[in-house]
Design a protein around this ligand. Sequence first.
Ligand code: HEM
Length: 414
Amino acid sequence: MAETLAGAASDAAEAMPEFPMPRAAGCPFAPPPAVEELRERNPIGKVRIWDGSTPWMITGHALQRALLTDPRVSANDKSPGSFPFVTAYRQEIAKYTPELIVNTDAPEHTRLRRMVNGPFLVKRIEAMRAPIQKIVDGLIDDMLAGPNPADLLTALALPVPSLVISELLGVPYADHEFFQENSSLALDRAAAPEDSRAASNALSSYLDDLLGKKLTDPGDDVLSEMAGRVEAGEMSRSEAVHMGVAMLIAGHETTATMISLGTLVLLENPEQLALVRDSEDPKVVAGAVEELLRYLSIVQVGLRRVATEDIEIGGQVIRAGDGLIVDLHAANWDPEAFPGADQVDVTRPARKHNAFGYGPHQCLGQSLARLELQVVYGTLYRRVPTLRLAARVEDLDFDHDGTTYGVASLPVTW
Ligand code: HEM
């Protein structure tokens, strides 16, 4: 009997799916078939990851929302138990990473978030529409004046978030080039690690200097607002610098990817592109932004959490110390939440997607990202109505390894 039980247990262990799962060939936008199957069979089930540990993987939309708002679920990677790190490298650097907005729980997280919430409120972000429009128009002018075909990634997708975040943080125009070069290098996975580290250090010390200047000569920007809080003793200077770097990193590649992949999806679905291009109603473009956020769900590595107490949910018991992987892409293709989820439909009400996460850590920059995407999608296809791909989709270099799923370049012509 004991042998049978042991045999059954080892069969179960063998059957446990490995995460991440491979994507089907020729389906660059769909979640891997094994993920879809897991969601249908068991929207909360265990998987095995690189270090042999077996965290829970949550693929159902409603279950994700319940767990991401549960105070027994921690984003602190130093919490006791098996925090499911993405890689061995991430596990190593976590030992030396200070307390940041991304890896703390309430009340510390609430304090840090309160320090920066103000400038990201919808009303204040909306005031950036005109400056963002100017940035996007200028970049499209340059692209049209330059060589044809062009790489949409370098011509538009990467510079937009970089220039916008410089504006938001209050980086003087003269330093934009330095800022953009170093932020690209700091985030470039193809760059040598020592070059990325040097670029990231250069940015930190630049932001530290700039914060010093804002202390004596404040402007109407996020860094000046944080400088005020440093002066009032509400946050430390290094917390303010870390926060600036976090905004830069969290908002750069994500927004750039939504510009390039969003454009790719629309070019591949011309009837959807026509709806976006030809409508006079800004709500149509805003709706397309939500649908593309849902459909692409570019943060595909899974949000990582650990349980601090036992949690009974979805017919399972998550034990204190168990790791959790919240697969946003799977939830955004959950047919219970989005009927016909495998089809891109810019007219569907898609705003309840989980692409920005959910709960206390839900994306701080979501209003800004939405605005940037609305301006880009609302401008590019109107100004360049003949825009088309200058490569075959099957020849594009899709990146499966990073936090964000994207393409290495997007050749376009017009
Ligand atoms: C389309 C673009 C974007 C996507 C898809 C995206 C996605 C996400 C997701 C999924 C999270 C949740 C992480 C978690 O719960 O562990 C997050 C958090 C965050 N995002 Fe974004 N993001 C985008 C743009 C931006 C921008 C433009 C900024 C800032 C300027 C930004 C700043 C942040 C910050 C600071 C956090 C951490 C919030 C916290 O832990 O409390 N993001 N983002």
